[in-house]
Unconditional design. Structure first.
Ligand code: ADP
Ligand code: MG
Length: 707
């Protein structure tokens, strides 16, 4: 993009999306209406209608330069998958080709499923898998070096109908919360809202490093994070990067990212520097849950793709640099009706808002009863480095309500009714020319994993690289279950008013232990949480079993989100992913230490020894104690590193020979990771001693301060 190219965002926003405006313009009225019925009422699309839509979609895409189409889906590999087909048909007798795209091709695809993880749901000889069009998330044309491609968001299932992806259970969970929330609204006399949808706005953190430096770091190339690296003299202690002015190179990059995203209809809204040097954040305006999930995948793809054009590399790993804050994703979540009511909006006087108080206490119940499951939904190999490391919330789930709601809850618990709500005071700056304004009734708390922020909850445990599908599947399902439990009781009540007050009070009492408004990073909280009996699940390996715990299976099966078999398959995939990821990290370390670091240290020690000899030869009584000391120190660290390398190679080999499953994952966590740490320690010390010219890769300082 040229420096001088300025444009009006409104002109380009969504220009590559087959959105509602385009459909309304291009589709025959009848077809447009039918599609809307399918989208809104969840009916099935007939082939005749699909044919018309497919034809128009193709014509539109070809005008945008598209040559291919793809069913764009999210298998359980963590990234999106696509198989491209061109629009051309077999050549006609005159040698020309026609471009075609049928309704059948639009609504159903058939990628070979055998190369995607299925966790034993499907043997390789039963490789059939299907992708099905998710018409609630619009198709789009992606333009890049590969040309232009029509991308059709789809769900991905096995031949027998089991979900092999993130989208299928996500859509099922959205149906669950829709139904149960409507039940609840009807109890409060709402007869007008027709649909309830979870809204999601994910804030995405990422790092940018220089591409040339990245290419000299095999650890970054193979694993997305540094496996060695001494701390630079300056870290993030000055906090001077956070919200600092954005450097020009980075600003140019962000500008390009925004443009790409806007064309795809992703409403990238906020951008700023984050706490760590070289760390940044991008947040969109919230959207319907499944669209937000798709958009977040697109955002991650775009962040990576555009980086190359600016001589940069984007790191989405949760912990690219040890000792420096890692990256996460804040999943902002609320529930809204089709006629614009946000069920999480407390209003000015929450104590009088009985519907809100019921919704709120239902959510407390859901989080308390399924804390381990929600924790598991944020489990990711990279995220193990963050949770509980004083930069992200601890691995303990608690809910922050803030002063105002916290006070209402206390009233409910102590007296059974809430009679008043604290209100925000006036903020006086003491400067006449600055306006005084009303403060929010509640301050922010950055240390809570699940914080109420005005009219939404912010789930802050999610890792930066992970799909946000999983956490939202869990949130939608457990809240649907809590609503359902409440409705079961209230629908039978003779006196609704009385029953609902009783229920709010009961839930508030029973689940108050999950509410915590203090500092989530403190050690006291860890102890306090233990006293309260809240689970503190420190690693992914220990988090995984929550998926198949009886209470999880019951909730998922009740709302047809997952069958037990699907859950078991996901558990299997997670263990495999864990072991495979650590295995790759260990092997990368072995490679780098053996081929790059040890040879560099040998060269350094040889230089030192040579220097001692030549100095002595030139001046027999010269003091060479400094060289001798360095030689002793580096040689002993070298010996330590070599021994650790041998050990790591041994344990990694034993690990890869194990059968896949929980035992293997536990072994990688307990044995292989320890051996990795043992190798890293002497190497990082050596980095501080060895001549910079000889050190085979850019340092942390080079990577994070020179972008
Ligand atoms: P923060 O101050 O927490 O960093 P940001 O502006 O970076 O806030 O991000 C807040 C995110 O929450 C945005 O993506 C925003 O669109 C989203 N959001 C705002 N209101 C809602 C809501 N009602 N439901 C879901 N997400 C919301
Ligand atoms: Mg933010």
């Amino acid at each position: 993009m040229s420096e001088k190219e300025y444009y009006n965002v409104a002109d380009i926003f969504g220009e590559n999306v087959f959105n509602d405006a385009v459909m309304q313009e291009r589709l025959p009225k009848k077809v447009y209406k039918k599609l809307h019925e399918v989208m809104e009422e969840g009916r099935e699309l007939d082939l005749e209608t699909a044919d018309v839509i497919a034809h128009e979609m193709k014509e539109w895409a070809i005008e945008k330069g598209a040559t291919h189409y793809t069913h764009w889906f999210q298998p359980l590999t963590g990234v999106t998958a696509e198989k491209h087909d061109s629009f051309i048909t077999s050549p006609m007798p005159n040698g020309k080709v026609l471009m075609s795209f049928s309704g059948k091709e639009l609504i159903k695809g058939e990628p070979d499923a055998s190369s995607f993880p299925s966790g034993g749901l499907r043997a390789t000889f039963e490789a059939r898998g299907y992708t099905a069009w998710d018409c609630t998330s619009p198709a789009f044309v992606r333009q890049d070096a590969a040309g232009a491609t029509l991308c059709i968001p789809t769900a991905f299932c096995s031949y027998t109908g089991e979900a092999l992806d993130q989208k299928t259970p996500l859509l099922r969970s959205m149906e669950a919360i829709n139904e149960q929330a409507l039940r609840l609204l009807r109890l409060f006399g709402n007869t007008t809202s027709k649909k309830v949808t979870p809204s999601v706005g994910p804030e995405q953190e990422y790092f940018l490093v220089d591409k040339q430096k990245y290419l000299q770091r095999k650890d970054l190339i193979f694993t997305g994070r540094t496996l060695f690296g001494a701390m630079p003299p300056k870290g993030q202690e000055m906090d001077d990067h956070y919200f600092g002015a954005i450097r020009e190179r980075v600003a140019a990059y962000m500008r390009d990212v925004n443009k790409e995203l806007w064309k795809l209809g992703v409403s990238a809204k906020t951008q700023h520097n984050e706490v760590a040097p070289a760390q940044h954040e991008l947040a969109p305006i919230y959207a319907e849950c499944n669209v937000a999930v798709d958009h977040n995948q697109l955002t991650m793809e775009t962040l990576k793709k555009v980086a190359g054009r600016h001589g940069l590399r984007c790191l989405l790993h949760e912990k690219p640099f040890a000792g420096v804050n890692g990256s996460g994703k804040h999943n902002n979540w609320s529930i809204t009706t089709d006629d614009g009511i946000n069920l999480l909006d407390p209003g000015a006087t929450p104590h009088e808002n009985i519907q809100f108080l019921l919704v709120l206490t239902c959510i407390l119940k859901a989080i308390d009863e399924h804390a381990a499951l929600l924790r598991a939904s944020a489990a990711d190999v990279g995220n193990d480095h963050r949770l509980g490391a004083n930069e992200a919330p601890p691995a303990i789930l608690s809910v922050y309500l803030g002063e105002q709601l916290g006070d209402v809850l206390s009233q409910l618990i102590s007296t059974g009714t809430a009679t008043h709500s604290l209100s925000g005071e006036k903020l006086e700056t003491g400067v006449k020319t600055l306006p005084d304004f009303l403060k929010d009734a509640t301050d922010r708390n950055r240390t809570s994993p699940f914080a109420f922020t005005g009219n939404k909850f912010e789930f802050r445990m999610v890792g930066s690289k992970a799909s946000i599908a999983q956490p939202n599947i869990v949130l939608n399902t457990i809240v649907a279950e809590a609503f359902s439990d409440a409705c079961d009781i209230l629908e039978k009540a003779d006196d609704f008013e009385l029953a609902v007050h009783d229920l709010i009070k009961t839930y508030a009492n029973e689940h108050q232990r999950v509410v915590f408004n203090g500092n989530g990073y403190s050690d006291e909280w860890v102890d306090e949480a233990e006293r309260r009996g809240l689970p503190n699940i420190k690693s992914m390996v220990d988090a995984i079993p929550a998926y198949t715990a009886p209470e999880s299976v019951a909730a998922f099966e009740k709302f047809n989100v997952f069958t037990k078999k699907e859950l078991e398959s996901r558990v299997e995939i997670e263990y495999e992913t864990y072991a495979k990821t650590i295995n790759i990290e260990a092997r990368a370390m072995i490679d780098i230490a053996g081929k790059q670091i040890i040879p560099a240290v040998i060269k350094y020690t040889a230089n030192l020894a040579g220097s001692i000899n030549s100095v002595k030869a030139a001046c027999a009584d010269a003091d060479v104690s400094a060289q001798a000391e360095l030689l002793k120190e580096s040689s002993s660290l070298l010996a330590e590193a070599k021994a650790a390398l041998t050990k790591l190679a041994e344990v990694t080999e034993a690990g890869s020979a194990m059968e896949e499953g929980r035992d293997q994952a536990v072994y990688y966590r307990d044995v292989v990771k320890g051996a990795m740490d043992a190798l890293r320690a002497p190497v990082d010390k050596l980095e501080m001693i060895v001549d910079k010219e000889l050190w085979p890769m850019p340092s942390y300082g080079d990577l994070i301060f020179e972008v």
